[in-house]
Design a protein around this ligand. Structure first.
Ligand code: AMP
Length: 276
């Protein structure tokens, strides 16, 4: 397995590989990330994984500083998965003095996480555009865990004619339902024991929807109710949207997606679930 830290090294390595499946990550890998790597291996001659805590997608310097990191451990995990190349770019090379371009996505990027985290999706779209240009993968793999991010990526890849096929894979969850996230490592033991309630709240809405409930407000209220009863009151948003547009509709359709963002102590967690 090759380790590349500069853009030049990465370009040279890429030229030696056949079809490439690319898995962009911010590291501190868990089973969710590895599920993407395994699919990428099945479908491509070589897999490239990036480990990069992208500074321009963070709104708060504290959030960036506190983001968990374990590069050596991540590299060992990826070696076991048969990855061809790990790219750990240097932020100073990626964003040198004078860097002045950003990929600003409209539409789906303007909802939910958009206003909650100003600049976040522009940071994501910009770094991914750089990665796609450097790694030139045939396919790139993303997790449904970040459903809105997946929609944003699909949008700008299509809009900018970037020749990469985007695949979205299901959310990996712990046995208790908690969605795998690098940020889970920042929860205290007590918070971690309460965190599965996010999934339980989404399941409640799914059960209601499958039982025939179509009123968005009722479904959202049911989610909030489960959260609040469990003492999770720092709710950023709870919503049920059309997953094509990320807009709400008063009566939900057959493709409805429930999403939430909740703060548990110092950690902001997101999760989502298709209702049907
Ligand atoms: P991150 O390192 O959090 O930026 O995530 C890198 C990629 O892994 C993104 O495409 C995420 O959506 C995906 N991912 C994160 N958590 C999970 C999970 N629990 N299940 C599946 N994919 C995930």
């Amino acid at each position: 397995m090759k380790l590349c830290t500069t853009v030049q090294e990465m370009r040279q390595e890429r030229a030696k590989l056949g079809t490439v499946g690319f898995v962009p990550t911010m590291g501190f890998l868990h089973e969710g990330h590895l599920s993407l790597v395994r699919r990428a291996r099945e479908e491509n001659e070589a897999v490239v994984v990036s480990l990069f805590v992208n500074p321009i997608q963070f709104g708060s310097p504290d959030d960036l500083a506190n983001y968990p990191r374990a590069v050596e451990r991540d590299i060992a995990l990826l070696q076991k998965e048969g990855v061809a190349c790990v790219f750990t770019p240097d932020a100073a090379e990626f964003y040198p003095d004078g860097f002045a371009t950003q990929v600003d996505v409209g539409g789906v990027a303007q909802e939910l996480e958009g206003p909650s985290r100003p600049g976040h999706f522009a940071g994501v779209a910009t770094v991914l555009t750089k990665f796609f240009n450097i790694v030139q993968p045939q396919r790139a793999y993303f997790g449904q865990k970040d459903a809105q991010q997946c929609a944003v990526v699909q949008r700008f890849v299509q809009d900018l004619n970037i020749p990469v096929e985007i695949t979205t894979l299901p959310t990996w969850r712990e046995a208790n339902g908690l969605a795998g996230s690098s940020r889970n490592s920042r929860l205290t033991e007590e918070e971690r024991s309460r965190a599965p309630v996010l999934h339980q709240a989404l399941c409640r809405a799914r059960d209601l929807a499958r039982g025939g409930e179509r009123r968005r407000m009722v479904l959202e209220e049911a989610i909030r109710d489960v959260l609040v009863k469990a003492g999770l009151t720092e709710i950023d948003y709870v919503t049920v949207v059309n997953p094509e547009t990320f807009q709400t509709e008063e009566t939900v359709g057959e493709t409805a997606l429930a999403l939430l963002a909740v703060k548990l102590g110092a950690v902001r967690l997101i999760d989502n679930m298709p209702l049907f």
